[in-house]
Design a protein around this ligand. Structure first.
Ligand SMILES: [Zn+2]
Length: 267
């Protein structure tokens, strides 16, 4: 079976365009960053549920210059236990657990969202590092858990709870993360447009792990658009890859503004 017909030039052009921007932003050092798309395939086709995903070890700059069978792989979503590459590079990105788990959630709850983009946005990472410290070491972080449900449509949910935490800490950490995210989003009015589905945080899970995939996909069940991974990066979902990029750009701008404002000591 020739699966190449499903990977159209239009799809490859979008991938190249988004990969180029991510690389130029400095969000994809070395082989960091990866993306995936559920393809529209005739339901009568024997394998109609296909995911196109970055190949393992592929640099975003390579993807931007050469989107195709050497840099991408096509897999059947339902076949993730024993992945068979149907087209392209034989091995999928090391973050494939998260991509596939998130696609499982999207396909069942938000089928219009077909794209997943993961990158390492610089200001977002710096912002997370500052927030991470404040959440752990500040005597107090003003705001209630109710306040933390930022004014944008969806509430915030968090997977925290590392096992070595004090039993009271997860709820307090949750409240503190909520306050931090609410302040982040309040820095830009465009948050209400691009991030209206909400932004969540998942912390304490290792890169590429099944735990990270499970926690992240669980959070995406709430309908949020972006999940932040402290000390690692961010992952966004959307109707297409450009929509994912939009969300991550707005988060990163808000993070930059928040860091600058707070560095000014006026707030
Ligand atoms: Zn990563």
């Amino acid at each position: 079976m020739d699966y190449s017909k499903f990977v159209t030039d239009e799809i490859l052009d979008e991938i190249a365009s988004v990969a180029k921007v991510a690389w130029n932003h400095g969000w994809a050092e070395s082989s960091a960053g990866n993306l995936s798309l559920r393809l529209n395939v005739d339901a009568k086709h024997p394998k109609s549920d296909l995911v196109l995903i970055t190949g393992t070890g592929i640099r975003m700059r390579e993807l931007a210059e050469n989107p195709g069978p050497e840099t991408l792989g096509l897999f059947e979503r339902g076949g993730q236990e024993k992945l068979e590459c149907l087209w392209g590079s034989g091995k999928q990105t090391s973050e494939w657990f998260s991509h596939f788990e998130v696609h499982n959630v999207l396909a069942s709850r938000f089928p219009e969202k077909r794209a997943v983009l993961h990158v390492h946005p610089t200001y977002t990472l710096a912002w997370l590092e500052v927030a991470y410290r404040e959440i752990r070491f500040a005597d107090s972080v003003d705001g209630t858990l109710e306040d933390a449900g930022h004014t944008i449509k969806k509430g915030i949910s968090f997977i925290t709870g590392k096992e070595d935490d004090h039993e009271d800490l997860p709820k307090e950490k949750m409240r503190r993360w909520g306050v931090m995210v609410r302040r982040l989003l309040s820095r830009l009015e465009e948050s209400h447009v691009y991030l209206k589905d909400g932004v969540d945080v998942v912390e304490g899970m290792g890169m590429g792990s099944e735990g990270l995939a499970t926690a992240t996909s669980t959070v995406f069940k709430s309908g949020c658009g972006v999940v932040l991974w402290p000390k690692h990066g961010a992952i966004a979902v959307g109707e297409d890859l450009q929509a994912c990029l939009d969300k991550l750009e707005v988060v990163d701008k808000a993070a930059k503004v928040d860091l600058l404002v707070r560095a000014s000591k006026h707030v």
